[in-house]
Ligand binder design. Sequence first.
Ligand code: GLY
Length: 337
Amino acid sequence: MKPAFNVRQQSDVYVGSVDEILPGVLPEGRTVVVTDATIDRLYHPLLAPYDCVLIGTGESVKTLQTVERVLRRFIELGVDRKTFVLGIGGGIVTDVAGFAASIYMRGLRFGFVSTTLLGQVDASVGGKNGVNLDGYKNMAGTFTQPDFVVCDPALLRTLPDREFRAGLAEVVKSAIIADAELFARLEQSDFATLRRDTDLLADALSAAVRVKADIVERDERESGERRKLNLGHTLAHAIEKCSSRMNHGEAVAVGTALVADAAVKLGTLAESDRDRIRALLAGLGFDLEPPVPVARLMKEVGKDKKSEDGRIRIVLPAGIGDCEVRPMTVPEFAALF
Ligand code: GLY
C-alpha cells in the first residue's frame, strides 16, 4: 500500500489496515516494541512476534524517568544500533518511544502504529517526541521524524467514547486552521455517525493529517507556521494544569472556543464564524465552559516557560480554514476576556 502522505521526505504516513501495512514497512532485522498495558490487553496477537517494553498509562508517565526505564530495558534486551523501535499506542506511548529511540545509542530508527484518534491526527505525526518536566508540557524531547506512522481507523473501535471525542477536538482544530471543506463536512455529520462510519472517519482523519503534514513540511522546528497547530493549546495546557476534570482534547475544545471569542473581540474573526466553531464543538458533545475562571487560567499562562521576549504566541482563528499567530503579552491576552 502507498503512503497517504510523506513528511519531509523522511516519514511516510499510512491510513489503512495495520495488518496489511505493517509487514511492508518494517525493515528487515530485529524490531522491539514499546507499548502499554492497554494495547497489550486489546491487541496481544499484534505484539506476539516482538520483544515488548511496556510503559504505564496516563499523562503522569510522560516523564524522563519513564524514558530512562525504557532505555534500561533496551540495554537488558540487547537492543543495538540496528534494532528498529516500533511504538504502538496513543500519544504518550509514541512520544516516549520516539524520544527513547532518538537518544538510545545516539539514535535508532523508529516508527509508530498510532492507536488513538488524538495520536493519529496529532501526536504521532510530525516528529515531535517529548516528555513533561516539572509540570511543564513537553519540556524535554527531540524533533526526529519516525520512518512511518500507521493510522488504522479500525483500531479506534475499541476507544472509549470520551477518548474518541478528545481526538475529534484535534480534527476540528485542523479544520479551523486550514481546511474549510473538512469543517463543513464535520458540520453535516455528528458524533454517532463519525463513530460508526469508518469511511467517513478515514476521510476526516486523512484530511486532518494532511493539514498537519503540509504545515510540518514547511516548518518542522516550529519557528513560524507550525505554531498554528497550537490553536486552542495555550489555554488548554492551562486548563489541564488547573483541573483534572478535562482530558487534553476536551481542554483543547474549550481553549479553541475561548480564542474564537478573543478573535472576535480583536476583529480577526467574524461573529458568524465564531458561532459556527462553538456550535460544531458543542454539537460533538464538548462542554465549552472552562472548569475554572479564565482569570485563574491566565495566571497559569503567565507561568508559561515557552514565552519569547515576554510575549506568548497566540493562535487566532481568522475565518474557517484560516488563522494567524499573534505575539502578545499575557496582560494583552488576558484583557480580551
Ligand atoms: N501538536 C502540535 C505540533 O505537533 O506541532
